[in-house]
Each structure stands twice: as structure tokens, then as C-alpha cells.
Ligand binder design. Structure first.
Ligand code: ARG
Length: 403
């Protein structure tokens, strides 16, 4: 053959500044044919526009993959069952989507016979860890290129690079770096780099300012079946639709803003702001339903498992067999996680006001203070005697009590 075929690289492409620069740079620096891939997972973008941009930049082929239901049914549903919150706050929205995107990059690389995959992550974040480890776990032969980690260009230099190549790139007006999908919106950078600075109001897009939320409270009732939300305010819905609807209802009430100090897997602290209206409500509702159904021993142990699961997902270890082992336990706790929970939303606040289930472990005949109680209070005496024995004995020996 006169002109040997170039090798191919499959690039995860958002259409933003970093990955646009990467399309040009991969052609120039590595002399590769670039195939771009964009997953539709609930981000508010013009996907036709993204495809056009990719072609203009010289990509040989572009894939737009509608992975919204796959994201909801195979990733988010697991997070709900696990009450997945990193450091008790972050519902893992960005973290959950990375292994899904990585799996599609690998799938398309196989289909196209590409020996390289590329992503637009920096060398400072968690996302590079999530992409690299998932890709290597799925296909260790693939070579990974992370242009942003390699080239050391800042924003202005990237714009200049594009300009020199004849592309007048219009960067987004936003001063913050945003990552968005069905499960939430992550906001980083600008004044948020000062942990003491309050986020500016215009950083938020999914939630109204609590002060501007309606003066009347809004009730939402979520129906669960075996741990999965299946019904919203009496209407059966598939999970992705339910989350879209709930994002809007909770967002209009200013619910779902999260502002916290986060310990990155790469080792340093960063200040992170999120908008996760549906995730906040669903995890709260799901864990409350479990409190009605699971017993004390199950709840206590499940908390430990939830923490470990959240850490694995956060730290890029989605592919680790331990995640599946933990999920086997989690799934076994969801057999009876069926019922309804009502939340009352009001000006940025949310509160559970009702829960019910045919599998409720609550027994009114035992718990009631009325004359109907069947609980024999005299039994408490013997229980306390034996339960307190080690504590009472130790205190006898040491003379007892605090000074
Ligand atoms: N800190 C979050 C996480 O690690 C959000 C990352 C946001 N990523 C981004 N490219 N803006 O999951």
C-alpha cells in the first residue's frame, strides 16, 4: 500500500475547550486518525453542534451514544441502593458516569480497531484515575493518552493553539468548570478555590436561590420497589424520567445545593460545589425507607458497606471485584425495600414527613403508649440488669464515674 493507514484513537469528546484542542493535538503530535465519542447522559447540550465541531476539527468519525437509560439503570440505581454519598455529602454524580464513558470508549475502540483511547482529564483530578483504571481493566492492550495531562497548556494557550490552526473557538462564558449529567452538576474553580468565599448565584443553573423559591411548600411522594424508585406522585415512571422530573421539582424549590471540602483520591483537599436535586431527595427517601424496614443489625452493617462502596466508586475502582461483592450484600437487603416516602420541600430545605411499606418492621402494638400496648414493661428491668452489667462492674472496680 502506498499510503499506510494511520493508527486510530478514540477520544471522549465534550465539545469544550480541552477536548477540542485535543482533537487537533492528537492529529499533530501523534499523527493519529481521531474518532470522537460523546455520550448523552443527561447533560444539557446541543449534540448536533458537538458533532459538527468534531468534524470541523478534523475528526474522521463521530459517535453520539444515547446512554441515558444505561446510566440510570446500571449505575445510578446502584448508587441509590447503596445510599452512595462520598464523605457523607457528594452523591457521586461525576464519579458514576466515568466508568460508563470509559466502557463506551473501549467498546468503540474495539469496533474501530483503534489501539489508542484518549480523554480530556487533567493530571490533578479524580477523573483521570477513573478513566485510566476502568479502561485498563476492560482492555489492558489499549494505550491511553491524556493530552491535557501531557501538554501543560493553560486556557489561553489552548485558545492560541486553536487560533494558530485557524479555529476561532468561542469558549463558554462561564468562569467555572462544570461537569453535568442526569445525577448532578459539579461546579469547580473561580472564586470557589477560596473555601471561605460564598458561591456566586450565577454558578447555579439547576436550582433557584432558596430565597426565590415559592413561599408554599411542595410535597413529593416517591414509590420504591426493591430499592428502586418507580413512581413519582402516584405516576409510574422509568428511572431516567423520574430523575429528570424530580430534578426539576426539587430544583424549583432550591433543594440540592451542596458545598463541601472534598478529599480527592489524588491526595489533596478541594472545595467542591454541586447541584444534585433528585439525588439528594432520592437518597434521603431511600435511606428512610430502609429505616422502616431493615432491623438495627442490618442497618448498622449496611452503613459500613455503603461507606466502602462510595469510596471505591469515588476513587476510580468501579472495576474492582469488591464493588460487586458489596453489591451482592446490598442487593440482599433490598428484597423488602418496597414502599412510599413523602418529602416536604420548602425554600432549599427538605424533610421526610411520611413513610409506609407493606414490609414495615414497625409494630404499633409494641411501640404505642396507649392502653393497647402488648409490650410487658416489667421485662425491661431484667434486660437493663444484664445489658448494663459490664459497665456497672467496671465502674465498681475503678471507684465509679467521672470526677
Ligand atoms: N470532585 C468531583 C468528582 O471528583 C467532581 C469532578 C468534576 N469534574 C470536572 N471535570 N469538572 O467526582
Amino acid at each position: 500500500m502506498l499510503f499506510p493507514m494511520k493508527e486510530k484513537v478514540v477520544l471522549g469528546f465534550s465539545g469544550g475547550l480541552d477536548t477540542s484542542t485535543a482533537v487537533l493535538w492528537l492529529q499533530e503530535k501523534y499523527d493519529l486518525d481521531v474518532i470522537t465519542v460523546t455520550l448523552k447522559i443527561g447533560q444539557k447540550e446541543d449534540f448536533g453542534n458537538i458533532e459538527e465541531k468534531s468534524k470541523l476539527l478534523g475528526a474522521k468519525k463521530h459517535y453520539t451514544i444515547d446512554a441515558l437509560d444505561e446510566f440510570a439503570d446500571k449505575y445510578i440505581s446502584k448508587c441509590i441502593k447503596a445510599n452512595g454519598l462520598y464523605e457523607d455529602k457528594y452523591p457521586l454524580s461525576t464519579a458514576l458516569a466515568r466508568p460508563l464513558i470509559a466502557s463506551w470508549l473501549v467498546k468503540i475502540a474495539k469496533q474501530e480497531g483503534a489501539s489508542y483511547v484518549a480523554h480530556g482529564c487533567t493530571g490533578k483530578g479524580n477523573d483521570q484515575i477513573r478513566f485510566d483504571i476502568t479502561i485498563r481493566a476492560l482492555d489492558p492492550k489499549l494505550k491511553i493518552i491524556a493530552p491535557v495531562r501531557e501538554w501543560n497548556m493553560n486556557r489561553d494557550q489552548e485558545l492560541e493553539y486553536l487560533k494558530a490552526k485557524g479555529f476561532d473557538f468561542k469558549p463558554s462564558r462561564s468562569r467555572v468548570s462544570v461537569d453535568e449529567n442526569l445525577w448532578g452538576r459539579s461546579i469547580e474553580g473561580d472564586i470557589l478555590e477560596d473555601p471561605s468565599a460564598e458561591p456566586l448565584e450565577d454558578y447555579f443553573e439547576w436550582t433557584v436561590a432558596p430565597e426565590k423559591a415559592p413561599d408554599k411548600s411542595t410535597y413529593v411522594t416517591i414509590g420504591f420497589e426493591k430499592g428502586i424508585p418507580v413512581e413519582l406522585n402516584g405516576e409510574k415512571m422509568k428511572l431516567s424520567d423520574l430523575i429528570v422530573t424530580l430534578n426539576s421539582i426539587a430544583g424549583q424549590n432550591g433543594v440540592g445545593r451542596i458545598d463541601h471540602m472534598e478529599d480527592r483520591a489524588i491526595g489533596f483537599k478541594s472545595r467542591e460545589v454541586y447541584e444534585c436535586p433528585a439525588a439528594t431527595c432520592l437518597i434521603e427517601a431511600h435511606s428512610e425507607l430502609e429505616k422502616l424496614i431493615l432491623n438495627r443489625n442490618q442497618l448498622f452493617f449496611k452503613k459500613l458497606v455503603e461507606k466502602e462502596w462510595s469510596w471505591l466508586v469515588y476513587a476510580g475502582l468501579w472495576a474492582d471485584p469488591l464493588r460487586r461483592n458489596l453489591e451482592a450484600f446490598i442487593d440482599s437487603t433490598q428484597d423488602f425495600a418496597t414502599g412510599k416516602v413523602t418529602l416536604k420541600l420548602y425554600k432549599g430545605g427538605y424533610r421526610i414527613v411520611s413513610r409506609s411499606s407493606q414490609y414495615s418492621g414497625y409494630d404499633l402494638n409494641i411501640a404505642t403508649y396507649s392502653f393497647k400496648s402488648i409490650f410487658d414493661q416489667k421485662n425491661a428491668l431484667g434486660f437493663i440488669e444484664i445489658w448494663g452489667l459490664p459497665t456497672i462492674l467496671s465502674n465498681l472496680k475503678s471507684g465509679g464515674g467521672d470526677e
